[in-house]
Ligand binder design. Structure first.
Ligand code: SAM
Ligand code: SF4
Length: 361
């Protein structure tokens, strides 16, 4: 079978591979609650590179490395360097069909481990874009959102993330060109008072803030609809202080973008609960142990174990065919169904869903 560039059952092409490098994290954000250990059968570097090559052959132009906390992964820089080199065509291999079409490599990290040396190493390895996550602007709110023991621990984490932002910028991740951004999850009744302080912090540093609605990923976080602060409400509060003009949502993007009228840079809102964007979702997720998922809200048992096709000596066409067939059968539009379907506004607690830190946020 010729895999070429498959479309799923809703006509959506594959565009992004989100690859989780570890299910572990050094934080314990209550809305995510990662495992303290890795799943058995973690992929090795060669398996990851085979997977990246197969996804690229099927149309992926963007690779986002995530987790868990990807900076815990000791081979991170080596993986980026190898993927970047192969996709610049420096090390052509039989697996590198259409190798030149990987356009960017991005990373999402909580930033607490981003030293000056690591930022430089990531840049040198070929990382194009970096998004750091921070849900508060003071020790108490950071501690509450990151699952840390007390405000002093939150303060230390905050200082590290802010230093990480500085290191990233100094290493060449230019926020003005979209190469450095800040993610913040906002939960109603938990950190909503951090909206303006976080926006101020991002504006002062010239970094785009991406405000994310609290999502019902996995089962552990005990998500309830009333804990979601809708993007429209977030925008209203920001607008009252700093008016913005809409820039729209880039196709296949997750965020509605805005420009501050006073020249204070950009703001983005990820409204996956209140205004789902399943219609042009082009993201394939693969967990650190090689299980492929076609939706962030997937049932745990819906993943496809790719390891049988990832071993040394396996024909790369076998992996491509398996991925192409998974993608062609894809019809996920969970977020849209949440707002329109029978489960309206809530989730069935009997559904066993893959957890965020496991399948890669
Ligand atoms: N540890 C890294 C980090 O925190 O950036 C990468 C993995 S994390 C799962 C990726 C992103 O998902 C983070 O920005 C995090 O805040 C976000 N996230 C995790 N759980 C979420 C949830 N239930 N709702 C919305 N965003 C969530
Ligand atoms: Fe860790 Fe990121 Fe999950 Fe927070 S959101 S616990 S930093 S993986």
């Amino acid at each position: 079978m010729e895999p070429s560039q498959p479309r799923d059952r809703l006509g959506r092409p594959l565009g992004v591979l989100r690859l989780s490098l570890t299910a572990r994290c050094n934080l314990a954000c209550p809305y995510c609650l990662p495992d303290g250990h890795e799943p058995p059968g973690l992929l090795d570097q060669e398996q990851r590179l085979r997977l990246i090559a197969a996804a690229v052959a099927l149309g992926a132009t963007s690779l986002r490395l995530t987790g868990g906390e990807p900076l815990l992964h000791p081979g991170l820089e080596a993986l980026i360097a190898a993927a970047a080199a192969r996709h610049r065509g420096e090390r052509a291999e039989p697996t590198d069909i259409r190798a030149a079409s990987l356009r960017e490599i991005a990373l999402t990290s909580n930033g607490t481990l981003l030293s000056r040396e690591r930022a430089l190493a990531l840049r040198a390895a070929g990382l194009d874009r970096l998004t750091l996550s921070l849900d508060g602007s003071d020790g108490a709110s950071v501690a509450a959102m990151a699952g840390l023991a007390d405000p002093a621990a939150g303060e230390r984490a905050l200082e590290k993330v802010l230093a990480g932002l500085d290191h990233a910028r100094a290493a060449g991740f230019d926020p003005g060109r979209g190469a450095l951004k800040l993610n913040a999850v906002i939960q109603r009744g938990r950190n909503e008072e951090q909206l303006l302080p976080l926006a101020a912090l991002a504006r002062e540093r010239g970094v785009e803030l991406r405000l994310i609605e609290y999502m019902d990923v996995g089962n552990r976080n005990g998500w309830r609809p009333d804990q979601v602060l809708p993007a429209a409400a977030m925008l209203e509060r920001i607008q009252a202080r700093w008016p913005v003009d809409p820039l729209g949502r880039p196709s296949n993007g997750t965020a509605q973008r805005y420009r501050y009228r006073d020249g204070g840079g950009h703001l983005a809102l990820v409204a996956s609960v209140s205004a789902p964007f399943c219609g042009d979702c082009n993201r394939l997720r693969v967990s650190a142990d090689g299980i492929a998922y076609t939706c962030l809200f997937a049932r745990a048992e819906r993943g496809l174990d790719l390891r049988p096709w990832l071993n040394a000596g396996s024909d790369p066409r076998g992996l491509q065919d398996a991925l192409a067939s998974l993608w062609r059968g894809r019809q996920d539009r969970w977020s849209e169904e949440r707002s329109t379907g029978a489960t309206k506004g809530s989730i069935d607690p009997a559904l066993r869903r893959a957890e965020m830190a496991y399948l890669g946020g």
